[in-house]
Write a protein that binds this ligand. Sequence first.
Ligand code: PGA
Ligand code: ZN
Length: 426
Amino acid sequence: AITSVTGRSILDSRGNPTVEVDVELADGSAGRAAVPSGASTGAREAVELRDGDPGRWHGRGVDRAVHHVNTELAAAVIGREAEDQAGLDAALVATDGTPDKSRLGANAILGVSLAAAKAAAAAHRLPLYRYVGGSGARLLPVPMMNIVNGGAHADNPLDFQEFMIAPIGAATFAEAVRMGSEVFHTLRRDLLAAGHSTGVGDEGGFAPSLRTAEEALDFVVAAVERTGYRPGTDIGLVMDPASSEFFRDGVYDYTGEGVRRTPAEQVDHLVTLIDSYPVVSVEDPMAEDDRAGWQELTARVGARCQLTGDDVFCTDAAILREGIAAGIANSVLVKVNQIGTLTEALATVDTAHHAGYTVVMSHRSGETEDTTIADLAVATGCGQIKTGSLSRSDRTAKYNRLMRIEEQLGDSARYAGAAALHPPRH
Ligand code: PGA
Ligand code: ZN
């Protein structure tokens, strides 16, 4: 049973405070989880509680959330069995009492939920991926590695937030990491040679002063080829335009590019990019409020390209079910802190899988050294993970954890490869 719950404020990768929780069990087992934080958040995400005191941390303190961990949430779970994740998470949600976890904070609740799972895994002397995923968990995900940052994650003019590479043709996860790292360093040299800055954005990808998606994609394709890989076969391209961020008054306002696109023009633009480049997956190509646009794009290219909903679904199984019924997307991004408990995040994975939607386990732009999502990717067998660049320890910690898991699994390990994406390529 849980004997103690301790919350504290630590720093995230952007230097902002975030919640960390320690859970201890009667047998001495312990679990620790740190909560990530987004910058380009969906409107329907569970609420991240910030103090809002402008005199401290520029208003971003989490002292109230930590206090809730140490008082009400601790009281709700102390004495409970950590193995009863569903019961424990239900108790956390009921203690908060609001539909969006705004009273105690989803950041407070998630910290307790994940730390309890890790303590339970420790009590069973199992790695988290095996405790959550069972003895069959052995699928290593295809990483979507972010190598160019824009949008809300960088100060450059690029309107799209993320340009990524997915080593779909690798034989193992470790090989995928090597391929990604090689391309990352080729890209660095190419950007330098072209006179661009090689400073990086929030997720560790380069943030050069490019203006259009085409410019960024051209650099990425060239880097893949110059490193010796076949674009689209060995390495697929992935984008996260994070379109909700620049959808204003019914139009997509590309301020960096200096172009405004109607929803119909946005669909055409995305279709052209998908057809002109070896793009295998696009996340949030349309804004969360542009339902008709999402339906139109899904109808046009959904059969040949993975379309992943992030802001539009917010890791909420109920919202995802509506989207599935409406013919929106064919894949869902899963960010545990968008929904606030492990049980609910796993329910979203199940909902997606039952509907034939693929799942991409994901970090946030504000991260910590916590590697829980690496284990969750293997536990759920979802086959895809998005966890940033090939630099910065907050990102590489997840890759390093996955390489250790692959080593631990030995002969039983399988790398998901191209078959994990929609539509499956073999
Ligand atoms: P966020 O960005 O963590 O800042 O929301 C990640 C994403 O949009 O996928
Ligand atoms: Zn996104």
